[in-house]
Write a protein that binds this ligand. Structure first.
Ligand code: HEC
Length: 142
């Protein structure tokens, strides 16, 4: 009985440690971007047929995803396997600006996607990807 209690406490602690691992959480959030951006990219490039509703659904998902990773960058969360550069915390204004630009680009992409003008979509998809790249260049180790 006592042993079972010890196991229960140990697994509770383990699950709390898991929940309190912001590096893991933010990586997980970024990983969710990949399939969504990948599918959109294929449609934009014509590798899969463009479908207005499907693209709009993906753009809506991307806009939701773009709200998520930033809560998992608490000060000091640099210990462990992370590619986050210290500039995230030493240049908070630039970091915030990179996030805001990214959110604005994805919101705009969603609007354009709902409109269904493929030329405009291509342009805005490129602009959105540029906000990923710009932030990675400045704030992610390569
Ligand atoms: C405002 C900054 C910023 C923006 C915008 C941004 N990222 Fe990142 N991204 C990061 C940082 C910082 C990391 C490193 C996280 C870590 O290792 O702790 C990262 C990591 C990643 C990873 C690797 C996750 C892993 O498993 O280690 C992927 C994939 C990724 N980003 C994709 C994207 C895509 C796609 C976009 C645009 C749709 C994007 N990111 C936009 C900052 C950003």
């Amino acid at each position: 009985m006592k042993k079972m209690l010890v196991i229960a406490v140990a697994s509770l602690l383990a699950s709390q440690a898991f929940a309190a691992d912001p590096i893991k959480d933010r990586k997980e959030a970024f990983k969710q971007y990949k399939p969504v951006v990948g599918q959109m990219g294929k449609m934009v490039k014509g590798e899969t047929p463009y479908n207005k509703d499907e693209f709009a659904k993906l753009a809506t998902q991307l806009e939701e995803l773009s709200q998520k990773p930033w809560q998992y960058f608490p000060a000091g969360s640099t210990a462990g396997k992370t590619d986050a550069k210290p500039e995230i915390w030493s240049k908070p204004a630039e970091w915030k600006q990179a996030i805001d630009k990214h959110k604005a680009a994805t919101a705009q992409l969603k609007q354009v996607a709902l409109g269904g003008d493929l030329a405009a979509i291509k342009k805005q998809f490129g602009a959105t990807q540029q906000t990923c790249k710009a932030c990675h260049d400045a704030f992610r180790k390569d």
